[in-house]
Design a protein around this ligand. Structure first.
Ligand code: PMP
Length: 397
């Protein structure tokens, strides 16, 4: 809390800004901002078709169902689950209220005292929190082990030396802060060899990878090879909501035992309607939408690299601009913000010291002009604050 107080006093506190309009074209204090930290990857959140579907659903179902899914499942939920299962190529699907909830619920439902949960060291908070909860269940807590980020060798070492009979491995399709893809082919091969089910959190791959946009499994030709995928509606699907894709048996088990799901309210139908409409658009036009995103991301990547920026391990539309210094990151953020460009600073403890960066996500909603504006500003301030040269910023009081 002392750090937060100090940041506020120095007027470099960058969080909880109050938007009057959200999304890629945002506004704060009446000033327009091009948002490069949005997860609206295909730029569909503000599409008139999506908003109209949600408006209609408000008339029929109101804004909420005032109950959990066990007693408030609508035909809209059931239909969307059937359609998502088919689109993603799984037997069954369960839609919940957030991706965080979907992951926490699934882990606690699936890991017991005979399980070693094996996690990538860069795992998202929902994977960590679900695992910590599962480890702490009285009388049936699982073991937790971590492997080095994206290292198949490290994973195998832990599978070999685990203490519990069963293993459950969890990775992400694209890592949200670094923008690198999981080495999924190797992970699947090892998990198969050790008879360990694999969960892939493809929150950031959904709608962005694969010809149709169904995610990393489609892109890598690995459909049917991973038993469980978890995703979200909070990125490409433009709203909020969790998605669990698995066999009918696993979905039945989770929907009757996952406490995070059972004891929390159902996803409101206007949100279900918005997600269904985005699914319509992906079914109609997915390949063109995804290609457009990739063309824009490729353009920005080549320009950023050409200008000398360090993008870390990124090989996707998520391309962190590495500043590797807290003050440089905050100064860059503030300078860009003042010029109408939003790039959220990611600092310790979100990342390790020395790994500080600006969050830069390219979306299909960004125009060439948006990207060129951002590039010019990044170059100007990247030089001014020694991000490009890597020199020390020195004392500045
Ligand atoms: N997994 C990953 C990798 C994420 O980045 C996020 C959201 N940032 C989630 C899960 C949680 O999704 P939701 O926002 O739907 O709770």
């Amino acid at each position: 809390m002392a750090r937060i107080r100090e940041a506020r006093e120095k007027q470099v506190y960058p969080f909880y800004r109050e938007f009057e309009a959200g999304g890629i074209r945002a506004s704060i204090d009446g000033r327009p901002l091009i948002n490069f930290s949005s997860n609206d990857y295909l730029g569909l959140t503000n599409h008139p078709r999506v908003k109209e579907a949600a408006r209609k659903a408000v008339d029929t179902y109101a804004c909420g169902l005032s109950s959990s899914r066990i007693q408030a499942t609508t035909v809209e939920h059931a239909l969307l689950e059937k359609r998502l299962a088919k689109w993603f190529g799984f037997e069954s699907c369960l839609v919940s209220t957030t991706g965080y909830q979907a992951m926490v619920g699934a882990i606690v439902a699936l890991a017991d005292k005979d399980t070693t949960l094996i996690l990538d060291s860069f795992s998202h908070a929902c994977i960590l929190d679900g695992s910590f909860l599962a480890a702490g269940v009285p009388g049936r807590g699982c073991e937790i082990r971590f492997f080095n980020h994206n290292s198949a060798r490290s994973l195998e070492r832990i599978l070999k030396t685990r203490e519990r009979k069963n293993a459950l491995v969890i990775v992400e399709g694209i890592y949200s802060l670094d923008g690198d893809r999981a080495h999924l082919k190797e992970f699947i091969e090892i998990c198969d060899r050790y008879d360990a089910p694999l969960i892939v959190d493809d929150a950031h791959g959904t709608g962005t990878l694969g010809t149709r946009g169904t995610g990393i499994l489609e892109e890598m030709g690995l459909e049917g090879k991973v038993p469980i995928v978890v995703s979200t509606f909070s990125k490409t699907f433009g709203g909020i909501g969790g998605v669990l894709l698995a066999s009918g048996e696993v979905v039945e088990h989770v929907k009757h035992t996952a406490r995070a799901f059972l004891f929390s309210a159902a996803l409101p139908v206007p949100i279900v309607a918005a997600a269904s409409t985005i699914l319509d658009m992906l079914e109609e036009d997915g390949p063109a939408l995804v290609t457009e995103l990739h063309q824009k991301a490729d353009y920005m990547r080549s320009k950023l690299l050409g200008a000398g920026f360090d993008l870390g391990a990124s090989n996707t539309h998520i391309m962190p601009v590495m500043c590797r210094d807290e003050r440089k990151t905050l100064f860059m953020h503030i300078a860009l913000f003042e010029c109408g460009v939003m790039m959220v600073p990611i600092t310790y403890p979100g990342v390790k010291l020395g790994e500080e960066r600006l969050r830069v996500n390219i979306t299909r909603g960004h125009t060439q002009e948006d990207m060129d504006t951002a590039l010019e500003l990044l170059k100007t301030y990247g030089e001014a604050f020694f991000v490009l040269s890597g020199e020390d910023l020195g004392p500045m009081e």
